[in-house]
Write a protein of this length. Sequence first.
Lengths: 110, 112
Amino acid sequence: AQRVTQPEKLLSVFKGAPVELKCNYSYSGSPELFWYVQYSRQRLQLLLRHISRESIKGFTADLNKGETSFHLKKPFAQEEDSAMYYCALSGGGGYQKVTFGTGTKLQVIP
Amino acid sequence: EAGVVQSPRYKIIEKKQPVAFWCNPISGHNTLYWYRQNLGQGPELLIRYENEEAVDDSQLPKDRFSAERLKGVDSTLKIQPAELGDSAVYLCASTRSRQEQYFGPGTRLTVT
């Protein structure tokens, strides 16, 4: 079974402070990990995926297979980063089932 | 491009009534997903289609839920009869092969 855990329902940080949204997963094979974001009154959209190894809007995430984690980080939070963030896992090998975490609401305080 | 289209956006029904949701995926996307998202939770997969074939419906409550994807394009998700616990946001998403999923705006269902 595959599972995604986001331990924080709400994370409040001040503008300019570093951000780390935690994500841990459980999967026996080689997963693909994603971060999706939902801004207020907008639809869910992909923020980044681990295989791309790129930085989007200043966010990065590194897959740590030893710790089965895929934490999302940004060195300096901005007010426009306030949103719901969902970590998601897709089983590898062509199987497209995606399991989402419960989400973390990021609140950036001006 | 309009993206994934869902209708209706909101629906309020009484329990035991039927309800249907419609989804039009992005053109060329062969994979279509229906998710249910309860308040304070992440999306939970109900069913996944590869073209017109339902390849993963293990999470679909088949006693009251049904879905179809005729001609491998549009899809309809139906609940009959609805129960109070079915109140949630129903999301449709589509993707091409192993690319990212594109989500629709969702249908917020309230069962009274």
